[in-house]
Write a protein that binds this ligand. Structure first.
Ligand SMILES: [Mn+2]
Length: 421
């Protein structure tokens, strides 16, 4: 009889909303509740598939400020597994290393939380000997490799390792329990249940090494459908992995080309077509769209001036499609043939002057940079990434502000002039 389990990580339960753009109360509630929905979906899957165990490879919680409400919710879900005779194996990652709620909350005895020293739990499922190895982060930082601390594989058993790791790491990101996938393949374990990186990857090699990604994205930078692994280890120790959908809502970037369109209603129709197209490709119940309007169109001025109206149009069409939300509407549209019109239209000429001359002046740029820095300082540290994480990215962000600010002023001037006609 095979040993079957569900492997997930990085649920970040009750993570606070990270997108300042979620001004729609209903949408904010949907996203705010989505990590809980994902955990419910994971437990449902465990029950439906009658698996032997649930494996959570760290960052179950989002931080040490996690409330007792979150803990009670978690306890209730663990209880459902316990009642069904399904064991839970979990480790702590960088986000839940210091969480006190796991100590304060009495979880069912079927839940094993590995400690800061490597341990191996030997169990038997359906006649197959299984050894489950785990090690928790004792602190939020883990700059040294943890693999050497794991116990050796148990002879004659199926060996499953649970580890929270940034693997080889990525430039600009902190390193957590660094480790090469080659070393994991060579460690003598049958399956490595990894966590930490939010994007799913199966690392090819002699053994099965999987970073499942998070089961529910929390903002546009965590776009796409999210899943967990349903794993079956047969008596001959062959491993079969199925990917199962868990995200209740999925973020998607949707480009909409408005090139050549002259009528407002045609632009709204183009948005509806793009939304409907993405809706059919979306596996999760809810689609949360970031629309980006592009192209040369005479509507450019009106779109910049009346973006709130077009947002309402898009929201209405999303409602009509069902379970389709607009997270943000971005504008990257230009008036057609700007160059030829320049001499004829003083507003366009002024716009070009601002872009080529005023915004390029060092004193002006420095003032804008200082203003942006001041505003960033007022935001929580974790919300500042949008303005770039290094000097070059910050400069690009300021460039973008100068260009879009110039376009906005030009649009307003042009709109004011037209209103008088
Ligand atoms: Mn992590």
């Amino acid at each position: 009889m095979p040993f079957r389990f569900v492997h997930t990580a990085d649920i970040h339960l009750d993570s606070p909303l990270r997108s300042l753009a979620l001004r729609n109360g209903e949408l904010a509630e949907l996203i705010g509740n989505s990590t809980r929905q994902a955990l419910i979906a994971i437990v449902d899957l465990c029950l439906e598939e009658q698996v032997d165990a649930l494996v959570i490879a760290g960052d179950l919680y989002d931080g040490d400020q996690t409330s007792m409400k979150t803990a009670r919710f978690l306890g209730g879900q663990m209880e459902r597994l316990h009642q069904a005779g399904i064991a839970t194996y979990t480790i702590r990652g960088n986000h839940d290393a210091l969480s006190r709620i796991t100590q304060e909350l009495v979880l069912p005895p079927s839940v094993k939380i590995f400690g800061g020293r490597a341990e191996v739990i030997e169990t038997e499922a359906n006649g197959l000997a299984v050894a489950i190895h785990g090690l928790s982060f004792a602190k939020p930082q883990a700059p040294d490799p943890l693999l050497p601390k794991y116990r050796p594989p148990v002879a004659g058993a199926v060996n499953i390792g649970i580890m929270h790791t940034s693997l080889a790491g990525a430039p600009g990101h902190d390193v957590y329990a660094p480790c090469s996938t080659a070393d994991l393949h060579a460690a003598g374990f049958d399956y490595w249940a990894l966590g930490h990186i939010h994007q799913r990857t199966q690392h090819a090699g002699t053994r099965t090494v999987i970073m499942p990604g998070m089961p529910q994205g929390r903002d546009i930078n965590e776009a796409g459908a999210k899943t967990v692994s349903l794993v079956t280890i047969a008596d001959d120790r062959s491993v079969t992995v199925e990917e199962r959908l868990t995200s209740i809502a999925q973020f998607e970037r949707i480009p909409v080309d408005l090139a050549g369109l002259t009528e407002w209603r045609d632009a709204a129709a183009a948005i509806e077509t793009a939304l409907a197209d993405q809706r059919t490709k979306t596996a999760s119940t809810h689609l949360v769209a970031r629309l980006r309007l592009t192209g040369e169109t005479p509507l450019s001025f009106r779109l910049r001036r009346d973006i709130d109206l077009m947002l309402t149009e898009a929201e209405q069409r999303g409602e009509r499609l069902g379970d389709t939300w607009i997270e943000k509407l971005e504008l990257d549209v230009r008036p057609p043939g700007e160059a030829e019109q320049a001499s004829a239209d003083p507003v366009i000429e002024l716009g070009q002057l601002m872009r080529s001359d005023v915004t390029a002046r060092p004193g002006f740029r420095d003032d804008i940079r200082d203003m942006v820095r001041e505003m960033l300082a007022d935001l929580p540290a974790e919300s500042r990434h949008f303005a770039g994480d290094d000097e070059a990215a910050f400069d690009r962000f300021v460039d973008h502000l100068l260009v879009s600010g110039t376009d906005d002023i030009t649009a307003r001037l042009s709109g004011a002039e037209r209103d008088e006609n």
